[in-house]
Design a protein around this ligand. Structure first.
Ligand SMILES: [Cu+2]
Length: 119
């Protein structure tokens, strides 16, 4: 009897893990874009993941609403690109001829975190 209960628990756990993994996959599987607006507020970039096409340019408009110095700079790791963002205004940044890969973009303290998928 206990073995059945354990088995049921295990299946339930697997289902929960699978569910979370699937829903997470869904949230990152948006369409590729060449232009996006990212809101910088409350410690998060929204959206925090951007999907772009390799070899093309990507224009990002950073709408900084967080006045704290933490949010003042955005750094694209592995792309040699960074930009200072002005508070309560939109800073436009264009990345040209993107190489394929996965790049993190963060503030200088890495509190704000985002990912750029180039495929
Ligand atoms: Cu920061």
């Amino acid at each position: 009897m206990t073995i059945f209960i354990n088995l049921a628990g295990l299946i339930l756990m697997a289902l929960v893990v699978w569910w979370f993994w699937l829903s997470h996959r869904k949230s990152t599987a948006q369409a590729t874009t060449q232009e996006a607006t990212i809101i910088v507020e409350d410690g998060v970039y929204s959206p925090a993941s951007i999907r772009a096409r390799a070899g093309q340019s990507l224009t990002l408009h950073f709408d900084r609403r967080d006045p704290s110095p933490c949010a003042e700079q955005v750094i694209f790791q592995g792309l040699d690109t960074s930009e200072f963002l002005e508070t309560d205004s939109i800073t436009t940044l264009t990345l040209n001829n993107l190489p394929q890969g996965k790049y993190r973009f963060t503030c200088q303290m890495q509190m704000y975190q985002g990912t750029l998928f180039v495929e």
